[in-house]
Design a protein around this ligand. Structure first.
Ligand code: NAD
Length: 252
């Protein structure tokens, strides 16, 4: 593994346009469970609460589960060593952006600035009738469902539900970056959710070197991945950070 960490750091150091592509796995060490897998959220909740047509008809019924998953669980989470390592790489000019499937805001809270949120962000709620947006920390969570103060419509989290399209700008910027990157660091994603999973595929087609970090093999592992670093995101990215910035106190 040490040799592979050195290889990854060297590829990142030499890169001209490195990007990261992250999935739910990067936030697992922050206490945010993934959807899939034996510990995933779908072992406890019915994914139907996030289907757009179901939500539009039964928003009130969906909200207790949505609150529990996204505002009770996510609300307590803090960025972990993996989020911080990516922010440090961006600060040093190595990483050009993070394309994330996550909606937990943890990359931004760690200090990453160029973050393309492929699936939106849970820290905003929107009114589908009048378009007004509200910060989740300003919502009175004692009253469910949360309603728009203007027209009393049920609010929707500003991340995409099953059956909704990808936010156009995030989509465009993610694929633009994939089409010009020379290294793509894929962290904590099964590769099962499309079209997001096509971002590393696009990077590979471009000729990029694909480094994957995941304790378990994914759909990327046997297909696009060039260097597979088996392990938890926090541990592996911290090791790469130490290799890249040996003089950093935080990386020591
Ligand atoms: P996923 O839930 O399908 O899979 C999670 C992946 O993370 C798996 O491959 C698993 O092996 C890996 N993993 C588990 N622990 C890890 C660790 N400590 N370090 C690194 N990897 C680890 O995730 P996905 O492919 O990102 O797709 C799920 C969808 O669910 C995404 O579209 C995302 O929008 C959404 N989601 C987001 C969050 C979040 O914002 N934190 C949480 C749950 C789901």
């Amino acid at each position: 593994m040490t040799e592979d960490i050195k290889k990854a750091a060297e590829a990142l150091r030499r890169s001209k346009h490195a990007i990261a592509f992250t999935g739910a796995g990067i936030s697992v060490e922050s206490g945010v469970p993934a959807f899939r897998g034996s510990q995933g959220l779908w072992t406890k909740y019915d994914p139907q609460v996030l289907e757009i047509n179901h939500f539009l008809e039964n928003g009130g019924e969906c909200w207790p589960a949505i609150k529990e998953i996204f505002y009770d669980h996510f609300g307590k989470a803090r960025p972990n060593a993996a989020h911080l390592a990516l922010a440090r790489m961006e600060e040093a000019g190595i990483l050009k952006c993070v394309v994330t499937q996550n909606i937990d805001n943890l990359h931004q809270r760690a200090g990453s600035r160029m973050v393309y949120e492929f699936h939106g962000n849970s820290s905003r709620l929107v009114c589908l009738r009048c378009g007004a947006a509200f910060a989740s920390n300003k919502i009175d969570w004692t009253k469910l469902p949360p309603r728009c103060p203007n027209d009393k419509s049920v609010l929707k989290p500003d991340f995409i539900f099953f059956g909704e399209g990808i936010p156009p700008l995030a989509y465009q910027k993610s694929f633009e970056n994939a089409a010009k990157c020379d290294v793509c660091l894929v962290v904590g994603s099964t590769g099962e959710v499309t079209p997001a999973a096509f971002v590393p595929v696009k990077a590979k087609e471009t000729g990029a070197y694909i480094i994957e970090v995941n304790p378990d093999e994914s759909r990327f592992t046997g297909s696009v991945t060039d260097l597979y670093l088996k392990g938890k995101a926090g541990e592996v990215l911290k090791a790469i950070e130490r290799e890249l910035f040996p003089d950093d106190k935080a990386g020591a």
